[in-house]
Design a protein. Structure first.
Length: 334
């Protein structure tokens, strides 16, 4: 009888401790500060996924709330309306938004172009053609041989694809007005190129293997632009008012996602596997990420110069120091 009572008491104690643990965990989760952002099914997913899986956000007292996929053209407006708190993209997207009063501020760098000696599968973009449609095109300069307009795929206007694509066109003597930009996600570009609906498919790392599996011909990559690390430059940004209101939480975000970027660089195979599982397409490589939290303003210059030359942004309308903040640079370097 005594043994039975002891057994019952131990079991009861176990239940109490389990309930206490569950309650503590629920309380901890409840107390996390929520930061909202759109869901990602593309090359920008990796650091977010790594930080979630490894608990980096939780360790900073943060919970990332994914609000669903948002079309590229609606992403900045979603932040300005308050539907999302944090987003990201290239310097040209940031500059255009701020030129019309958005008041976004970049808090840290994300993607950068790796050094030329680094594995090419981590370069920001590759460009492909369909060898069945254009058998004489083996490199980007060969596009000069094609008559009429050349249809290039781009996820959206005024992003990396048209900026880098036009720089390559300039380098190889192809008039910009010969290029016709066709908007579509990278995953659609693979099929569109294979079916001959476009002439050139410029895609990002998660989709390089899909292009190769479809036996498309690589003709260039972003390192050929000669921009160095700036060729892949991407930021995370909040509104200036959000940063002012929540500096502690933004600092935590910087610490968490910076750890994730370092981890992704040093564990590329596992990072690629997780992204492949998440987006449902073969992935052999991801982007290369900045490993410290230093923002290098000089890297923005070619992006802004391009906007001014193409009269997308009036010269002097935007100054580089207004696009970024250096206040969080010490938070991501340990």
């Amino acid at each position: 009888m005594t043994k039975r009572l002891v057994t019952i008491a131990i079991a009861a104690l176990g239940i109490v401790l389990t309930l206490r643990g569950a309650h503590a965990q629920a309380t901890q989760q409840k107390d996390l500060f929520e930061i909202r952002t759109w869901s990602r099914k593309d090359c920008s997913l990796t650091p977010w996924l790594v930080a979630d899986k490894l608990g980096y956000f939780t360790e900073e007292g943060l919970k990332i709330v994914y609000t669903g996929e948002t079309q590229p053209a609606l992403q900045v407006p979603s932040i300005l309306r308050g539907n999302n708190d944090v987003g990201g993209g290239h310097p040209n997207t940031l500059a255009v938004a701020n030129s019309v009063g958005a008041k976004l501020v970049a808090v840290m760098e994300s993607i950068v172009e790796p050094a030329p000696a680094y594995d090419p599968k981590f370069r920001h973009m590759w460009w492909f053609v369909n060898p069945a449609k254009h058998p004489g095109v083996k490199k980007f300069s060969d596009l000069k041989k094609l008559p009429g307009k050349i249809k290039f795929a781009t996820i959206n206007q005024n992003i990396c694809a048209d900026f880098l694509g036009n720089l390559l066109a300039d380098k190889y003597g192809i008039p910009r007005d010969k290029i016709e930009w066709v908007s579509m996600p990278d995953i659609q570009a693979v099929q569109a190129l294979k079916q001959g609906l476009i002439d050139v498919g410029g895609v990002h790392p998660p989709f390089y293997k899909a292009m190769q599996d479809a036996r498309q011909q690589k003709i260039a990559d972003s390192t050929e632009t000669g921009l160095g690390s700036s060729a892949g430059l991407t930021y995370y940004w909040f509104t200036a008012s959000y940063v002012k209101k929540h500096p502690k939480e933004v600092a935590g975000f910087v610490r968490a996602i910076k750890r994730a970027q370092r981890w992704a660089n040093t564990h590329p195979d596992q990072a690629a596997k997780w992204v492949e599982e998440a987006i449902g397409v073969p992935v052999t490589g991801n982007h290369y990420y900045k490993e410290d939290a230093i923002i290098v303003e000089k890297e923005i210059e070619p992006w802004l110069k391009y906007l001014e030359e193409t009269r997308i942004v009036a010269k002097g309308k935007v100054s580089i120091p207004t696009l970024v903040t250096h206040q969080f640079e010490t938070y991501g370097n340990k």
